[in-house]
Each structure stands twice: as C-alpha cells, then as structure tokens.
Design a protein around this ligand. Structure first.
Ligand SMILES: NC(=O)c1ccc[n+]([C@@H]2O[C@H](COP(=O)([O-])OP(=O)(O)OC[C@H]3O[C@@H](n4cnc5c(N)ncnc54)[C@H](O)[C@@H]3O)[C@@H](O)[C@H]2O)c1
Length: 400
C-alpha cells in the first residue's frame, strides 16, 4: 500500500510521562502505517528542556511560526517537587506559556462528543468551543488593602507628563482597592484569533462583556471586536454562512445553558477561566477535550487539554496496566494533519484525518473505552480496556 504523501512538515513537540508513551503509540499504530509522516521534531521532554536551558521550547515556537502548523504533547510545568525529581538547573517556565507568548496566540478548547457520554446539560448537542483571552484584567492586577479612612484614586501619568486622575472611593473605614488593565494590541490580537478560528471551524462566534456597567473598560473590548470584525472578517463570515453575535455576559450565560451548543464562545480572561471549566466538566472527561492555540495571523498549534497523566505513568513504569484515554492526543494529530492538508492542498491527508477520527469515535460508540469514560457511559461499556489495547482497537477498525 502506498502511503499518503505530505509536503510541508508538521512541527512535532514531544512531551512527558504517560502522554509521551501514548504519543509514540499513536504515531506507530495509527498514523505511520498510512501516512509518510513528515515532521520537524522538537523534544520538549523536561530533561531535554533542562539540557538546552529551555532553548528547545523557543526553537519549537519559532518553527511553529515558520511552518504554520504544530502538534504538541503534554509537558510538565515544573514545581519545586519536579526540580528535585529531575534535578533541574532551575524551575523552567510553562512551555505552553512560552509558546503562547511567542505566537501571541489564544487557546481554544473543544470537547469531543460521543453518543454514549451524555453532557450534564440536556440541551447540549454540539461542541461548545471556549476561547479565553489570556492577558491582563484581574490576572495582572495591583491591589491595596485600605487600612482606614482616606481617598482611593486611579491615576495615569502619560509619557509626556500629563496626569489623568479619577476618584474611586472616599473610604470612611477599612476596605480594598484593585487596579487592572489591558492593552489595545492584546485585545485586537485576541479578537483576530477568535474570528480566525470561528472561520476555520465554520461556527458562529459569540462574545460578551458587561459594557452597560463598565462603560470604558468593557466597552473598549466591544468596540475593538466590532472594529476588527468590520475591517477583516465581515465578508468572510458572510461567505462562510456564519455570524458574529455580541451580547451581555449574563445574557450569553442564559443562552448557552438553553442552547444546543455548536458555537465559539469568546471570553474575557476571568469569564474564560470560570466558564471553560464549567463547559469541560459538563461535557464529561478532561481526556475528551482538545485544545488549539491560534495566532492572530493564522498559525495553529494542536494539543490535548489534559496534562501528562502522572499517576498512570508511575504505574506504567512499575509494569502495571494503565487505562489512559488517548482521544484528545489523537485529535491533536488529526487536527494538525487536516490543517496541513488544507494548506498544502492534500485531500488524501485531510480524508485520512477524518477516517482516523471516525475510527476512534466508532470504537467508543461501539462500547470499547478506557476507565475514565466507562464511569460515565450510558449504556455501560462493553469492554473497559487499557491504554495500549484502546489504540489497538482503533487500529483494527482503521484496517477494517
Ligand atoms: N498542556 C499541558 O502540557 C499540561 C496541562 C496540564 C497539566 N500539565 C502537567 O501535567 C502534569 C500532571 O498534572 P495534573 O495531574 O494536574 O493533570 P492531568 O491532566 O495529567 O491529570 C488530571 C486528572 O485527570 C486524569 N486524566 C487526565 N488525562 C487523562 C487521560 N488522557 N486519560 C485518563 N485520565 C486522565 C488524571 O488521571 C488525573 O486524575 C503536571 O506536571 C502539569 O504541569 C501539562
């Protein structure tokens, strides 16, 4: 059988622990038998990040920018325990944070739906993709514990020395004060990444703030989104048959809970923090959540939303059987292959991505699944399988 040819390599970022084990199996069992896989490989495993003083992460991000499409395995973000466990030179930064900063990107999380896992919200029939603005607001705040009576003010001193001053509160006793900010550049980048991804997925996009209350801060988000939409996306949305819908945050929450899903929900930083966890848990398992980093100029990096599944890895090292679910990792690879196929005009590669996704979904729909899903499935699983057996079951369907 001739394998499917590729043109441009996918940037492959290997990772840590159980997901590193699954990564190799996914490639060996499900991809390389069918695709003449071309990748530019970067080992983001913690040991190699330490050996290269984290230069490998920067190189991988640069390669992703240059080649346009990457796929990333889960990686350890070291804490003090990991510094000891791996005798690290220092507590390296989160690779995801480094790559996100290098690409100026936004992360979108999308659940994988299967018929035998029912979302907790009965009306949800299609995936809800959540995009979170990962800059500023309360996450980069300045706070003061007000000790007693006094004046709280907001002061801006321009580079030319001009001062703007606004009264926040005349305190009669103790209280609290908080200053937050955002930048026009970051909000515009966020808007562009969201519009780009909605077009890519061909889904409507919803965005909400509290602009009726926050007449400058939140209103600015609303106006900058409108401006970017009018400048670069209105016509493209029309041609794709999708809509951009703006409303208030409380209204959007009510609509999401009553709707059937099937949209991209663009969220301000705090809203995205809270809502992405609500949406993820209502759709079932973390192992069924994919994640895509999209830059404002259309660079894509695909990964699973979950971590390295550390506990399973320690069991695996002891030779014990594990039941790790590789669905999100498989969908990271299919996402990258489909995008590469689209950019390089390779319909066979895109069709293979569809076929691999279908084989994976059919395996679960047919009742064969890992332990995390078996706990949630109705009707109950026919066969609860281990990490490798699950991939073998998908491989068998692919062959069949
Ligand atoms: N994107 C990333 O690279 C990323 C994201 C989160 C955490 N991490 C890293 O992963 C490591 C472990 O972190 P954690 O335990 O908080 O998160 P985790 O996602 O690895 O695990 C959280 C829980 O979900 C379960 N789980 C997750 N994925 C699963 C899968 N595919 N199959 C079955 N069960 C699954 C785990 O068993 C565990 O109970 C940490 O070192 C952290 O830094 C990396």
């Amino acid at each position: 059988m001739t394998k499917i040819a590729m043109k441009t390599p996918i940037v492959e970022m290997d990772g840590d622990e159980m997901t590193r084990v699954l990564w190799a199996w996914v490639k060996d069992k499900l991809i390389t038998p069918y695709v003449d896989l071309k990748t530019e490989y970067y080992d983001l495993g913690l040991k190699h990040r330490d050996d290269t003083d984290d230069q490998v992460t920067l190189d991988a991000a640069e390669a992703n920018r240059r080649l346009g499409v990457g796929v990333k395995c889960a990686t350890i973000t070291p804490n003090q325990d990991r510094v000891k466990e791996y005798t690290l030179k220092q507590q390296w930064k989160s690779p995801n944070g480094t790559i996100r900063a290098a690409l100026d990107g936004t992360v979108f999380r999308k659940p994988i739906l299967v018929p035998n896992i029912t979302p907790s919200v009965a009306s949800w029939k299609k995936p809800i993709i959540v995009g979170r603005h990962a800059y500023g607001d309360v996450y980069k705040n300045a706070e003061i514990a007000v000790p007693g009576p006094g004046t709280g003010e907001l002061v801006f001193t321009g580079a030319d020395g001009t001062v703007k001053r606004v009264l926040i509160q005349e305190f009669k006793g103790p209280g609290i004060l908080q200053g937050i900010h955002n930048t026009e550049q970051s909000i515009r980048s966020f808007a562009k990444s969201c519009f780009t991804y909605a077009l890519d997925e061909k889904v409507d996009m919803w965005f909400a703030t509290k602009d009726t209350i926050s007449k400058i801060y939140d209103q600015t988000f609303k106006l900058l989104f409108e401006d970017e939409f009018a400048k670069g996306y209105r016509e493209k949305f029309k041609a794709a048959g999708i809509e951009y819908f703006y409303t208030l945050i409380d209204d959007v929450v009510a609509r999401v809970m009553k709707g059937e899903g099937g949209m991209l929900w663009a969220c301000k930083n705090y809203d995205g923090d809270v809502m992405s966890d609500m949406v993820a848990s209502a759709f079932g398992s973390l192992a069924m959540m994919t994640s895509v980093l999209v830059s404002p100029d259309g660079v894509f990096e695909y990964e699973a939303a979950h971590g390295t599944v550390q506990k399973h890895y320690y069991k695996h090292l002891k030779g014990e059987k594990t039941s790790s679910n590789s669905m999100a990792l498989i969908f990271a690879w299919t996402g990258a292959m489909r995008k590469r196929g689209e950019l390089d005009h390779l319909p066979a590669l895109m069709a293979f991505a569809d076929r691999l996704e279908k084989a994976s979904l059919d395996t679960i729909a047919g009742g064969v699944m890992t332990g995390d899903l078996a706990r949630l499935a109705t009707p109950p699983a026919k066969q609860v399988v281990g990490s490798e057996e699950f991939l073998d079951a998908i491989a068998e369907r692919l062959r069949g």
